[in-house]
Design a protein around this ligand. Structure first.
Ligand code: ADP
Length: 414
């Protein structure tokens, strides 16, 4: 008796809901906590089917479930702890933890349901979930902006490194140019000094022939000086990246003929520069200033590195696809071992002896040709002469124009 009272007290004061249900699903007892959870009075529930505490579709299916259980003994809730949804008297639904146990009492079965309202826990869980989500988003955002900052930093570092490298190269080139200039400019300057002294001397004696001869030498020395200074200037401009080709149509025959005549003036005794053009077209679309600089350099080299009484062949060709320029001489040639380095700034082959030069010309030609999207090729061997070829692909429009013109292969030789 004492025990039964104690048990009753425990049930009455329990914080979780406790409901006993008979085998047909009728509520027999419910403790105060259970009533509070569902918002009912005791007599509103006792005698009612327990499904009243469930929302749809569980409410309608509960009867069937009980029948199925009685027939087969298959359990859904009994003996387990599950999370389910309950429905209060006011129709609101809430999460609850349900544990149902089966009790054999005298000659019948009683089912006891222990119910714990999970509303608070679920709310806390939701808040936690929300915070976690927000935190994850924040972390993701921060990571992204950190990554962005890192990439930007990396980029800035690379740019800084590149500009430092460029600066280093530039200052290296400048110091080489300065030392090269002091060395290379001395030759034409002393030639000029000597010519002037001799001109003065022969003028005093009123001898005309040697005066003309030394005037010619003076002119040559000035030309050399000018060429060297131009080379330095071009190299520096290229290095700081301010050379940009400007293509314009020009008559290649007229251009090349003038160049040939000009170059003939600086040639050695009995050196002849021939010119020949192949192709029906005469118009070329390139940067005339840059191409002139390249050809002047190639022909000057041909003159410089071949002897008196030789022929230098200068030719141009316009095909359907390309513009070609060739300069060929029979001079000292370039030793095979030096071929790989020939376009490097300041490089001079080992067979140049006392022929003066800066080693800058070909590197500038190479850069100019690259700027114009062309290619430079050469064939040369020791004492067997040298041939340089510059080739430039026509643009689509230029190719079309050529294809429309009837192709008569006309050679112009001078
Ligand atoms: P440089 O002022 O020395 O002539 P370049 O850059 O024009 O400088 O040429 C680089 C080197 O290539 C020359 O020093 C020379 O050794 C070699 N070279 C260029 N053109 C010829 C040529 N036509 N015949 C022989 N060697 C040549």
């Amino acid at each position: 008796m004492e025990n039964a009272r104690l048990l009753q007290a425990v049930i009455t004061t329990a914080l979780d809901g406790i409901i006993t249900v008979d085998s047909s699903g009728m509520i027999e007892r419910i403790n105060p906590a259970g009533l509070k959870i569902f918002g009912y009075q005791n007599d509103e529930l006792v005698g009612q089917n327990v499904s009243i505490l469930m929302p749809e579709p569980d409410r309608s299916e509960h009867h069937q479930y009980m029948q199925h259980y009685r027939k087969t003994g298959e359990k859904k809730s009994i003996g387990k702890i599950r999370e389910v949804i309950g429905q209060r008297k006011d129709g609101t639904q809430f999460p609850l933890r349900l544990a149902v146990s089966e009790v054999q009492y005298l000659d019948r079965m009683i089912y006891t349901a222990f119910l714990h309202d999970l509303t608070r826990e679920k709310e806390t869980e939701e808040i936690l979930k929300k915070y976690t989500g927000e935190l994850e988003e924040l972390v993701e955002e921060r990571t992204k902006s950190l990554q962005q900052m890192l990439t930007e930093l990396q980029q800035a570092k690379e740019e800084l490194h590149q500009s430092l490298e460029k600066e280093k190269e530039l200052s290296h080139l400048k110091s080489r140019l300065v030392s090269m200039a002091s060395h290379e400019l001395r030759t034409p300057l002393s030639a000029m000094q000597l010519s002037i002294a001799l001109i003065e001397k022969y003028l005093e004696r009123s001898e005309r022939v040697p005066v003309v001869k030394y005037l010619h030498q003076l002119k040559n020395a000035i030309g050399n000086l000018n060429a060297i200074l131009n080379e330095f200037l071009s190299a520096e401009k290229l290095e700081i990246g301010i050379t940009t080709p400007v293509n314009r149509l020009f008559d290649v025959l007229k251009f090349a003929e003038e160049l040939r005549d000009e170059m003939q003036l600086i040639s050695k005794t009995n050196q002849v520069i021939t010119y020949r053009h192949t192709g029906s077209e005469r118009q070329i679309n390139l940067d005339q200033y840059l191409i002139r600089h390249c050809l002047t350099n190639l022909i000057t080299n041909a003159v410089k590195y071949s002897g008196e009484n030789t022929v230098i062949e200068f030719s141009t060709e316009i095909t359907d696809q390309q513009y070609l320029f060739t300069v060929k001489d029979n001079g000292i040639g370039i030793p095979e071992n030096d071929h790989a380095l020939i376009f490097e700034p300041f490089f001079r082959a080992h067979n140049t002896g006392n022929i003066s030069g800066t080693g800058l010309g070909l590197s500038i030609v190479d850069s100019y040709v690259n700027l114009m999207n062309g290619e430079i090729h050469f064939t040369s061997s020791l004492n067997q002469g040298t041939q340089f070829t510059l080739s430039f692909c026509k643009t689509k429009d230029e190719t079309k124009d050529t294809l429309q013109t009837p192709s008569i292969n006309t050679d112009f030789t001078y």
